[in-house]
Design a protein around this ligand. Structure first.
Ligand code: F6P
Length: 735
């Protein structure tokens, strides 16, 4: 614009200059002609009289406003007569010789007077009798300057106007052509990429090749997002994508439980709960820091918290906060044991235990969800925190939290399977549960099959719009993405460094269990839960020993069963059945002091479990239905000696990833026994090959990737929400 204005000003100035010069030339010519006319008209009478007459006539002449003075000069430059007030500076004496001697047509010149330009004209006048004289006329030309100034002003104005109109017209043309260009370009870009490239007008070709480059760069970045996840990279994602914001995790189970010393000596010990959720999420929180909100379930939990019920954890190297919430026995009974575990747990697992739904439990479930939502809002340091909601204990919390913090980014992860829509309809509050979850920005499951079941349930029970292509639900103008994020464990495991090598663990564990050095050992590690297929597992071991007597006296199976939810009747009954089954098998098959089933019904700390994994020849995971099952991945992570065989139920999410395990149907006792035999007979080379492949996969698909991918998706959702808010749309409206 500056360049344009300068050019226009220069052109206007040039044009005015040319015009003024021309106007001056014309004015001078007019003056000379006028002077000649005057001279020829007055000459006879001027020379006829005496000096006084001449004076009078000259005075009469200068009545003309443009004529400033008139004088009659003698050929030698003396002045014979002059009008009154004749400008002395330009009198006869000042005339050059050329003027005095000029014959026809006379002499003229422009000069600068004190009040502006003057034009001098000297014209010969003669009456034929006397010697010729010169009539000297002085014209005032200052009006030409005034006209020039006016002309210049109008020229500038005219150019400014033309410039303005030109700019407006050019802007309009540019806008219209931009609209048409972008419309065409959008059409080209929105049509399927390959065909668009072929049909696109030539002017778009260079741009399309840029777009192609961009797409492949993004694809490469996407591919990079799939691999190489470490705690550092997760931290970096948090810093670069989410401005280093602290994360809030809400989970019923706390990562560290403080228990009073059972001996009653006043000491406090820290217990690490047996929980897949904790196994996965704890390393993520170590990397990200932030606050974990959970039910304070330990007997000494509130002895060690501060005034805000916070305690820094991990106890040995604090990096994040644990905020504990107290639940009354009534709340715990209704919300945790009742609705969560007798209702939703049984509903979501196809393990033949009838779900129990009681309205009293439902009330407690709503109440506790609301209490946790309020606690999250208290902990949030900003109106738009990132909140990771964990599991079936908090299906309503996302909606409650959305009401309190409409701009929060809420990622809800459902750690257990999601049943078919038909089965989900068993829940009397199916709409409320779905609506609660749809308060989330993203709802995550372990597998695509669970995502599909969830979408089907929403479709069947709620008024909403499903976008199957984006795998999302739009409800009340707000979009919730539904995505599969297969959960995992940290890699390399923190426990690896502190645990003895496999050979040492092998010898030590056999010694502790009182087994011979060359004993074959299988392990099963679970909470004592009816979904884990512990009975089917023990039956498969029994069948193995029956069908393959060569293993009798040589093979032991150690079942670690951490007590869980033991106030629920189904769990109590299971514990009794498992105990009885182990005793029966040992009774029936055992001999000479060999008792094949070792049942360890107590809590084991993670390092002890890690040692067992390293000591075992096989690990059998026989879940009847399981979201992921991290025991399978932990076993693989422990086996850096590339030995040991994983026998894995096909009803776990892990079976989709760990395909080099021996995959079994745990209900098929004969086939499972066959797989156990194959595991015990497997050559070290084959064990190594299978283990190497599974370890590569767990290393790649570790828990940092799980969290990182969720957070990256959250970042995108967050940007979209912020953009929509800035553009004035509903903050959550879907595009
Ligand atoms: O599978 C769901 C889950 O939350 C797991 O993450 C965990 O292993 C288990 O349930 C823990 O159960 P609880 O917290 O009731 O002991």
């Amino acid at each position: 614009m500056l360049a344009l204005l300068t050019c226009l000003a220069l052109v206007a100035w040039g044009a005015a200059e040319v015009f003024n010069r021309q106007a001056l030339a014309w004015a001078e010519r007019d003056v000379v002609m006028r002077a000649r006319l005057v001279a020829s008209a007055v000459a006879p009478s001027l020379l006829h009289g005496d000096g006084k007459d001449a004076q009078r006539q000259l005075d009469a002449m200068v009545r003309d406003e443009r004529l400033m003075g008139a004088a009659l000069c003698l050929p030698d430059g003396r002045q014979e007569a002059a009008s009154d007030g004749f400008p002395a500076a330009h009198g006869c004496a000042t005339l050059p010789a050329a003027a005095l001697q000029a014959g026809e047509p006379g002499w003229d010149r422009s000069v600068l007077g004190p009040a502006g330009a003057l034009h001098l004209t000297a014209l010969p006048v003669s009456d034929g009798r006397r010697a010729p004289r010169l009539l000297l006329l002085v014209h005032d030309m200052s009006y030409v300057d005034r006209r020039a100034a006016t002309t210049r002003r109008y020229t500038f104005l005219a150019f400014a106007l033309v410039g303005l109109l030109g700019a407006v017209a050019a802007g309009l043309v540019a806008r219209l052509s931009w609209i048409s260009w972008t419309t065409q370009l959008r059409k080209v870009l929105l049509s399927p990429f390959r065909s668009s490239a072929a049909k696109a007008p030539r002017r778009f070709q260079p741009l399309l090749s840029d777009v192609r480059d961009l797409v492949s760069t993004l694809a490469a970045e996407e591919a990079r997002a799939e691999s190489g996840w470490t705690p550092e990279r997760l931290k970096q994602v948090l810093r670069s994508q989410l401005g280093g914001e602290a994360i809030l995790v809400v989970a019923n189970r706390e990562p560290y439980i403080h228990e009073r010393d059972p001996a009653g000596l006043g000491g406090v010990r820290v217990v690490h709960p047996a929980s897949g959720l904790v196994t996965a999420l704890e390393p993520v929180m170590r990397a990200c820091s932030g606050t974990w909100l959970a039910h304070g379930s330990g007997s000494a939990d509130f002895d060690v918290v501060d005034a805000r019920d916070h305690v820094r954890v991990p106890p040995d190297r604090p990096t994040y906060d644990l905020r504990r919430l107290r639940l009354t026995p009534e709340e715990e009974r209704g919300y945790y044991y009742g609705f969560s575990n007798e209702g939703l747990w049984a509903l979501c697992h196809s393990a033949h235990t009838r779900p129990e739904f009681r309205s009293g439990d439902w009330e407690q479930y709503q109440l506790v969800n609301r209490r946790f939502a309020e606690a999250v809002a208290q902990e949030a340091g900003a109106p738009d925190p990132i909140v990771l909601v964990q599991d079936y204990h908090f299906a309503l919390l996302p909606r409650y939290l959305r009401e309190l913090l409409p701009r929060a980014t809420i990622l809800t992860f459902w750690h257990i399977p999601w049943p078919s829509a038909e089965r989900f309809g068993i829940c009397p509050w199916e709409r409320e549960i779905l609506d609660g979850l749809l308060g989330s920005s993203i709802v995550g499951f372990h597998t695509q099959a669970h995502c599909n079941n969830f979408l089907e349930s929403v479709d069947r029970y709620l008024e909403s719009r499903l976008d199957r292509e984006r795998s999302s639900v739009v409800q009340g103008g707000r979009e919730t993405l539904v995505r599969a994020y297969p959960i995992s464990i940290d890699w390399p495991s923190r426990l690896a460094d502190g645990t003895a090598p496999a050979a040492e663990c092998r010898a030590a564990v056999r010694r502790e269990l009182g087994l011979p050095e060359d004993a074959l050992l299988g392990v099963g590690v679970d909470r004592l839960d009816y979904t884990k297929g512990i009975e089917e597992r023990l039956l498969a071991v029994e069948r193995l020993l029956e069908r393959h007597p060569r293993f009798q006296g040589r093979f032991w199976f150690l079942q670690v069963a951490a007590p869980s939810r033991s106030t629920i009747e189904a769990y109590r009954a299971l514990a009794e059945r498992v105990e009885a089954l182990a005793a029966r098998i040992n009774e029936r098959i055992g001999r000479d002091g060999w008792r094949p089933i070792i049942l360890a019904r107590r809590h084991h700390e993670p390092p002890a479990i890690f040692r067992l994994y390293r000591a075992a020849d096989l690990c059998y995971v026989s879940s009847l239905h399981d979201g992921m099952n991290l025991v399978a991945k932990e076993f693989v992570a422990a086996r850096d000696d590339l030995r040991g065989v994983l026998v894995l139920s096909r009803f776990t999410g892990a079976a989709r990833e760990l395909t080099e395990a021996l995959i079994v149907n745990p209900y098929d006792i004969d086939a499972s026994a066959g797989a156990l035999a194959a595991a015990l007979d497997m050559s070290p080379a084959e064990q190594g090959e299978r283990m190497r492949s599974m370890r590569g996969l767990v290393a790649e698909l570790n828990v940092y990737r799980w969290a990182g991918k969720m957070l990256l998706d959250a970042t995108r959702a967050r940007r979209k929400e912020r953009l929509a808010t800035r553009l004035g749309g509903a903050p959550w409206s879907a595009s």
